[in-house]
Design a protein around this ligand. Sequence first.
Ligand SMILES: Cc1ncc(COP(=O)(O)O)c(C=O)c1O
Length: 374
Amino acid sequence: MACRRWEPETWPNRAGFRTTRQPDAPDLTDYRRRHRSADPRVFGRAPAVGWRAYSGGVEIDDFPRLELGFFPTPLHRLDRLSAALGAELWIKRDDLTGLGGGGNKVRKLEYLLADVLASGQTTVVTGGGYQSNFARQTAAACAKLGLRCVLGLRDGYLDNAEYTDGGNVFLDQLFGAEVRKYPGIGSKAAVRRAAAELAAEGVDAYVVPVGGSNAIGSLGYVRAARELLADGPFDAVVVAASSCGTAAGLAVGLAADGSRAELVGMCVDSDAAATGALIGRLAAQLHDLGLPSEPLHCRAPDHARGPGYGVPTPEMRRAVHLLAETEGIVLDPVYSGKAFAGLLTELRQGRLGGRVVFVHTGGLPSLFPYRSEL
Ligand SMILES: Cc1ncc(COP(=O)(O)O)c(C=O)c1O
């Protein structure tokens, strides 16, 4: 389904964005207020007024950001695979962002943790599934900044020991994070539970939403769109879509910079309707931060999702093996493997063509718990 794009007259929740905080929407008034004072580690300063002129006044580099990763990430052509498929396939290596084993969340954390520093809070709480890559990258970023990190994690598709204690969980603990496990509940509930426990312990923690997907985190992918376009143009940009900050940031960033590339957010979690709506909602939140509301050239198909989040599909298995055997690149079974499988399907069907770039979002540590499924 096409992503709901933000239009003042048609956006149904528009009033809601102004008056009620959405569950994961940051309080932007606080955000602006906080960033008038500067931390020497933070680049950029939130402008006090006039946040509505992306190309005229406010630029993505104006937003407060830490330097946590290694950017720009490499972009290269997939030569053997392109030849085999008769296509022109490129890959943006956001699996190589550096910090804590890399992945897409480092870009979001550059903005989110700048806000944590500005808030003065010294404990961060977030979470997700046991094998959450976001939790792992948050743990690493907190280690680098000397912040306490508490993770509320929930169970998922597998229950082998490698899944519950290895891979990302092992790395979370290696980075010094406190892991609190809450089997049987959802990701958001796990974060809420951990935050409530901390509050009961008298700790005032900064709550980062699951996947780092609010307007502040999504700024990381608005910035990534510009980085990508420096090596463009492309006809299509394909990426996995779960909590959708990555897809929404890219869609808004591409549109803001006048690109004609189509953003394809391959659903790996919710279905097409929910994913499209989520991308639209995050785009609206980005608009509230001052980014333009150009029509988004974006869709969110769910043909690669399979039976559900984290559940392997034969197409995912084939995609993981194909990219490993032709290009020496490792995909993960939950996100990038399914997204790449969706890209291959669409290439075969002629729905994607021209110069196509796949944004590799990382996830290597969860490959090992899934070994028996691959
Ligand atoms: C490896 C990997 N790829 C893609 C995604 C999806 O990104 P988003 O949640 O911004 O949609 C995630 C999210 O956890 C991830 O860990």
